[in-house]
Design a protein around this ligand. Structure first.
Ligand code: C2E
Ligand code: CA
Ligand code: CA
Length: 454
């Protein structure tokens, strides 16, 4: 069976972050250059340094465009905030020229409020409020006594005020336009998703999980959306929207239903009988009042061996409502279903929270695996994570193993379970069965384990 094509559409959140970083970077560099030269021309090299700071923030923003993550955006937003506040302080009103630099705090507040997700409270709430507070303080001249009292000639300042006003308002309009467009796209996607759930356009693919000696222990169920256009969309393109609109509950139950069907199929063939299946559970699902009853009814009715079903919850979910999440996880555990903590190392959960949860397996995030082969400090950290899992009586599974070097390093660090493109990519249920029939654990794998364990 040919490998299925997974759509390369990246999440809308990342698209928006990329656009905002590009606009912010370009704007900071253009304005920074213009004002640096202006101040240098008028012999104020000292003041031009602030604008060099603005250029530096702009360069950093453009440098982070390929990553387009929330951390980059937060650093850039704080950098711009600091520089704009210093400039607005210098830009104290003189004679008939008003202050104008503080106007940039408005698009900054709007940009942050519309870009950061609601759960990122600092970026989506506190930062925009800080921008508006500083804007108000500058507007009423509350900080004017601190102004250094230096400026280029009045005519230049007057032109600057017009330019700053036009530019900051244009930015504000642009941010609102992006926001509107984004809301439109989101609503369309939500409507399409609701239809897709009704029409059963979701299919589950399976990625093998294995032990250090190459023995297959099971697979992770990863959902894909077979869009009517023929494209197979990756979960990153629709899970965040499904989570925001609560459609994730129906979608998650559908994945669980297909997963249980697969487990039943597997139980009928000797080659697949004992394999475990890991199903991702979104924190939105687990916190939903009806999920526990609906999912446990589905699991019971399916007739599967409950011990072969593993549910995965991402570590970052634990910040939401750990007590409630723990009680729901325990309810599933009482049915015989086990839990794995996904993306471990990215969610800052405390070890005491972890101890209170019925977690049997830690899934070490791909980033740790990736960095461990490049940096000694990352390698030591990875070793400690594996050690923590052992101390807590849990299995450690390394995700995203792509190279032999990564696998050998992990084996050497005591990691026992593996998943990644090195072994196999996610595939349809039929392709998984065929892959399993042809699979031979490599001798290299068994040797690596033997060598590591002496
Ligand atoms: P995840 O649970 O961390 O799943 C692992 C992701 O890493 C999968 O991406 C998988 O295809 C990919 N992957 C596996 N091995 C490698 C590797 O060696 N290298 C690289 N670069 N990537 C690797 P996928 O299938 O696109 O899923 C993305 C995320 O979507 C999942 O991350 C999970 O958080 C979410 N997801 C997938 N299916 C479901 C689902 O049924 N329900 C929920 N709530 N979320 C799901
Ligand atoms: Ca997972
Ligand atoms: Ca993961």
């Amino acid at each position: 069976m040919p490998p299925s094509r997974v759509g390369s559409r990246r999440s809308m959140q990342q698209d928006r972050t990329r656009t905002i970083l590009s606009i912010a970077g370009g704007t900071c560099i253009c304005l920074g250059l213009a004002w640096t030269f202006c101040y240098l021309y008028f012999g104020r090299g000292d003041l031009s340094l602030v604008f060099v700071g603005l250029i530096a923030v702009g360069i950093f923003a453009l440098h982070r465009v390929p990553r387009s993550d929330a951390t980059s955006l937060l650093i850039v937003a704080n950098g711009i905030f600091l520089v704009v506040c210093v400039i607005a302080l210098i830009d104290a009103p003189v004679a008939w020229v008003p202050r104008s630099a503080h106007l940039f705090l408005l698009p900054l507040a709007a940009g942050a409020a519309s870009t950061f997700e609601a759960r990122q409270r600092y970026g989506s709430l506190f930062f925009p409020l800080a921008c508006l507070a500083m804007f108000s303080a500058f507007a009423i001249g509350a900080l004017d006594p601190l102004a250094p009292g230096v400026s280029p000639p009045l005519e230049v300042r007057a032109w600057g005020a017009r330019l700053n006003t036009a530019f900051s308002m244009a930015l504000l309009v642009l941010i609102f336009a992006i926001y509107r467009n984004d809301i439109g796209r989101r609503l369309r996607l939500e409507r399409e998703l609701a239809r897709a759930v009704r029409k059963g356009e979701f299919e589950v693919h399976y990625q093998p999980q294995l032990l250090g000696n190459g023995a297959i222990t099971g697979a992770e169920a990863l959902v894909r959306w077979r869009h009517p256009s023929g494209t197979l969309l990756s979960p990153d393109a629709f899970i965040p929207v499904a989570e925001d609109s609560a459609l994730i509950c129906d979608l998650g139950l559908e994945v669980l239903r297909q997963g249980c069907e697969t487990l039943n199929e597997w139980s009928r063939a000797p080659a697949t009988r004992g394999l475990k299946l890991a199903v991702n559970v979104s924190p939105v699902q687990l916190l939903d009042e009806e999920f526990l009853a609906a999912a446990s009814a589905l699991i019971r009715a399916s007739g599967i061996n409950h011990g072969l079903l593993e549910l995965e919850l991402t570590e970052s979910a634990l910040s939401a409502d750990p007590a409630l999440l723990a009680s729901r996880m325990i309810a599933f555990e009482r049915m015989g279903v086990t839990w794995a903590l996904d993306d471990f190392g990215t969610g800052y959960s405390s070890l005491s929270t972890l101890r209170a949860l019925p977690v049997r397996k830690l899934k070490i995030d791909r980033r740790f695996v990736d960095e461990a082969v490049k940096q000694e400090s990352a390698r030591r950290l990875l070793g400690k994570i594996v050690e923590i899992s052992h101390v807590m009586g849990m299995d450690a599974l390394a995700e995203g193993v792509e190279t032999v070097e990564q696998r050998d390093l992990l084996v050497g660090l005591g990691c026992t379970h593996f998943q990644g493109y090195l072994f196999a990519r996610p595939m349809t249920s039929a392709a998984f069965r065929q892959w399993l029939a042809e699979y031979r654990p490599s001798q290299q794998m068994a040797d690596a384990l033997e060598e590591a364990t002496g």
